[in-house]
Every structure is written in structure tokens, then in C-alpha cells.
Ligand binder design. Structure first.
Ligand SMILES: *[C@@H]1O[C@H](CO)[C@@H](O)[C@H](O)[C@H]1NC(C)=O
Ligand SMILES: *[C@@H]1O[C@H](CO)[C@@H](O)[C@H](O)[C@H]1NC(C)=O
Length: 455
């Protein structure tokens, strides 16, 4: 991460009003997928609304901790954290047409070492723990409920022009104006565990907020184990879209108020690393690199190159063109009047996240371009719908046995490697370009080809 981005995060942390100083941030973490799955709420099926999901590459419709730990990679820079972190995708509604466009999103994931006056020891998440915070059906605010206090929005204006303006202060629902430097949708998870159950029927009651505050304090006798505190900032670039009033912003669950924001977590930390970090990093303030056990496992290149290994729901989430209606049954609703209903909906199937290659074709891996010309010179094409499969099919149709994709949308073919190039792969994470026709898939990198061959 660039230094300037990091110092910005430190500033944001001071906005948070951190009580205990020790915490780290997985800053600017990229969603690995945006799809209608939720293994905690809707295991084994398509979920009710679209989520923006950060983390491990084996995220799928069920939470299987052992399988999740087999993930190749995660979009979190500390690669042994194979957890997933998710929240509803935020959409922008066009005032005239009602068309819905997903607002680009990244997450800052905070791990905060907080306890209360009795200084209970802080524990890592137990293997298999999952939980949710917030309530998708809520459309109002109870100011004495810790659960409601834990869901907040921040309107970013780095100019400082609105620092003391109450209309711009952190609040439990959407603002009535745009945010010049983006909006943060924030969720603070309960940190007290009952010590027994890894989940519960409502995915909440095995956890509790602390006694004193939603974001810190002693754990109640019913939930005596103090876990590390988890806090997500979902960063949304609302400033890139116009603001026209209530209804401008819509969560994927149809909520136009923001009160129905929520988030989910499923634990995928390997071994004792999280507990080691908690025990050893008593001085860390925001920067992961100041925590030796985490720094030793920091690999941003692997996070950048990580792609989903599993399946997605076969439906458009709006990233290629704006949607007329939100996926699932999620008519827009601000909580006034009866909730609108849906009819005639069918459930789309799951399909592989990576477009399957034509029969006989396999991926060799990430290779370097030729040193004095292109590696593959037999034929070439570019396409806004390029995938590895599309390139392999094109090369096959021209009678070639080698295909290489580069810079997201370029396809090259040949029967041999030329100009000093070879089939020896370089580190897979040097190929970081998403395919133009499938953002779940990699199509080469700068001077790097994803090479495919037919046997
Ligand atoms: C990821 O894992 C799958 C098996 O689940 C394997 O086929 C694939 O080559 C791996 N990808 C990378 C980039 O390591
Ligand atoms: C508000 O929250 C408090 C604390 O959880 C609870 O006791 C009270 O019943 C809630 N009020 C309403 C109207 O739900």
C-alpha cells in the first residue's frame, strides 16, 4: 500500500475515537467477488441480496472451515487470513430512469485489541466462528441499542469544511447530501462470545456486545470470552455519482435509508497466527507492518492477483450495465407503508467463476513476454468480452495450439514461443489484469501473458 494511503487510514482511525491504542487495519481490501451468496444466512442456496465479499478465494455458498483454509489466496494482504468479510453492495439509483449502478467499493478491515476495565484477556476467533452484525430488515434507529449504534455512516470531506456541521456528523443512516471524498458504511461486530457455540439460529445470540459500549467494555457473564474486536469500513465512491435526494443510494437489500446495513464474518485464520499477533503486537497502531507475525506474512502482490476459485450466481449484478431491478426480491423500501412484494422470480443457477476452457485446453500459467518482440505472433485479436476461454477458442479456430491473453483484452496465438519467450512460468501473482469479459478471471499482466495450451 502506498504510504499516502496508509497515513490517510491513520487519520480515519483517529476519527473512530480508538480507546485502546492497539489495532491494525487491512486497508483498501478489494472484494474477491460481488454475487448473491451468503454462506452464513443462506447456506447451500442463492441468498436474498447481492454482497460485496472480501477475502479468501474459496468463498462459496456454504461455510466449510477446512475447505476455506485450502484457498489459494485472499484479497487480504496477510495471506494466512483465509477469512471472508462481506456486506450488501451499495447501488446508485438514477433519478430519471431508476436504473441501478453498483458503486465501487473497497473495505478497511480493523482488528482492535479492546477490553474493558476488568482487563479480560483478548482471544483470537475460535475455528469455525461466524457471525453477523446489523439487521437487513431494520428501517429505524433505537439510540439505546448497542446493536443499532454499531451501524454508522461517515461522509468524507477531507477539506475540513464541514468538521463541526451536525448535518455531516457520523450518523446511523444515509446523509441528505453527497460526500465529496466518498462515504463509509461502517459495522462494528460484537466482541463477546458465549465460549461454546460457533453460530446460533439468528447468527447473533452466540455473541454479545460488551456491557459498557458497543465498541468496548467488559463482557457479560452470559458471553464471558473477550474476542478481538472486528470493525469494517465499507468505502463507497458516492462522490463519483450525482446526489438528488432520498433514494439516490440503495443497499442491495432495497433499503434506501441505510438503517438496514449489516455485515457478516466467517473465520479462516490459519493456526495460531491471530493469537500470536494479539499477544505480541501490543504496540501496533494501524500499520500491519509494525506487527512482526503479520508482517512476515504480508504479500500485497498475492492479494492483488487473487481470484475466486469457486462459483458465482449466474446473474448480472450491474457491473457491465445498469440494472432495472435489484437481483432477488428487493424492491426499494424506506420503511414507510407496506413492504412491496415480488412475483414471477426464478432462482438462477451457480456457474464457475472462471469461464471453463474449451475441451483439451489447459492453463500453463503466467509467463513473461518475449525479450525482443512478442512471445506469440501467429494471430491476434482484442475484444471487450475477452476471457481465457474466448482466446483459446479464437486460436483454435485459426489452427494454433498456444494462446496467450494480456492486458485484459488482448489475445495472441502461435504454435511456438518466439522472441526469447519460454513456457517457464514466472510467479503467478505477476499476472494481475482482470479479463475484460470476466472480472473473476485473470488475463495476463504488464508484459506478462496468461498462457494456454491444447494437448
Ligand atoms: C488454485 O487452486 C486450484 C485448485 O483448487 C488450482 O487448480 C489452481 O491452479 C490454483 N491457482 C493458483 C493461482 O495457484
Ligand atoms: C431499544 O433498545 C433497548 C436496549 O437494547 C431495549 O431495551 C428497548 O426495548 C429498545 N426499544 C425499542 C422500542 O425497541
Amino acid at each position: 500500500m502506498a504510504f499516502s494511503a496508509l497515513s490517510k487510514l491513520v487519520l480515519l482511525a483517529s476519527v473512530l475515537g480508538v480507546a485502546n491504542a492497539q489495532y491494525w487495519i487491512f486497508g483498501g481490501s478489494r472484494p474477491i467477488v460481488t454475487t448473491r451468496l451468503d454462506p452464513v444466512i443462506s447456506p447451500g442456496s442463492v441468498s436474498s441480496h447481492v454482497h460485496s465479499v472480501v477475502g479468501a478465494s474459496r468463498f462459496k455458498d456454504v461455510y466449510d472451515p477446512a475447505d476455506l483454509l485450502q484457498s489459494n489466496c485472499t484479497t487480504i494482504p496477510v495471506q494466512p487470513d483465509k477469512s471472508n468479510y462481506w456486506a450488501p453492495q451499495l447501488y446508485h439509483q438514477d433519478q430519471k430512469t431508476g436504473a441501478l449502478t453498483p458503486i465501487p467499493t473497497t473495505f478497511n478491515i480493523y482488528y482492535l485489541m479492546r477490553n474493558g476495565p476488568s482487563q479480560q484477556p483478548i482471544k483470537a476467533f475460535p475455528d469455525g466462528l461466524r457471525m453477523i452484525a446489523g439487521d437487513t430488515n431494520r428501517r429505524s434507529y433505537n439510540s439505546s441499542s448497542h446493536a443499532d449504534q454499531a451501524i454508522t455512516f461517515v461522509c468524507q470531506d477531507f477539506s475540513g469544511a464541514h468538521d463541526n456541521d451536525p448535518d455531516w456528523a457520523e450518523r446511523p443512516n444515509f446523509f441528505d447530501h453527497n460526500c465529496p471524498d466518498g462515504m463509509r458504511a461502517q459495522v462494528f461486530f460484537p466482541s463477546c462470545w458465549d465460549g461454546v457455540n460457533l453460530d446460533s439460529a439468528d447468527h447473533k445470540s452466540h455473541m454479545s456486545y460488551p456491557i459498557q459500549n458497543f465498541n468496548g467494555g467488559d463482557c457479560p457473564d452470559t458471553h464471558p470470552v473477550q474476542l478481538i474486536s472486528l470493525f469494517y469500513e465499507m468505502m463507497t465512491t458516492v462522490d463519483k455519482f450525482d446526489f438528488w435526494g432520498p433514494g439516490t443510494w440503495v443497499l442491495a437489500n432495497g433499503d434506501t435509508t441505510g438503517y438496514g446495513h449489516h455485515a457478516d464474518f466467517q473465520n479462516g485464520w490459519e493456526g495460531d497466527l491471530l493469537q500470536d499477533a494479539i499477544d505480541q503486537c501490543t504496540d501496533v497502531v494501524a500499520n500491519v507492518m509494525d506487527c512482526p507475525p503479520l508482517a512476515a506474512n504480508f504479500n500485497q502482490a498475492s492479494a492483488d492477483a487473487c481470484v475466486l476459485e469457486t462459483q458465482v450466481v449466474a446473474e448480472d449484478t450491474g457491473f457491465s450495465s445498469p440494472l432495472k431491478v435489484l437481483p432477488g426480491c428487493n424492491p426499494l423500501w424506506d420503511g414507510t407503508g407496506p413492504r412491496p412484494t415480488c412475483s414471477g422470480l426464478s432462482t438462477p443457477p451457480l456457474v464457475p467463476a472462471q469461464t471453463p476452457l474449451p475441451t483439451g485446453w489447459t492453463e500453463v500459467g503466467c509467463i513473461a513476454e518475449g525479450t525482443n518482440g512478442r512471445a506469440l505472433t501467429g494471430a491476434s485479436t482484442t475484444s471487450p468480452t475477452m476471457t481465457r476461454a474466448a482466446c483459446a477458442s479464437f486460436c483454435a479456430s485459426k489452427g494454433f495450439a498456444l494462446a496467450g491473453v494480456e492486458f485484459s483484452d488482448e489475445c495472441y496465438c502461435d504454435n511456438q514461443m518466439r522472441n526469447g519467450a519460454s513456457k517457464s512460468t514466472v510467479t503467478w501473482n505477476e499476472c494481475t489484469n482482470r479479463c475484460a469479459g470476466n472480472s473473476n478471471e485473470i488475463c495476463g499482466g504488464p508484459m506478462r501473458l496468461t498462457l494456454l495450451t491444447v494437448n
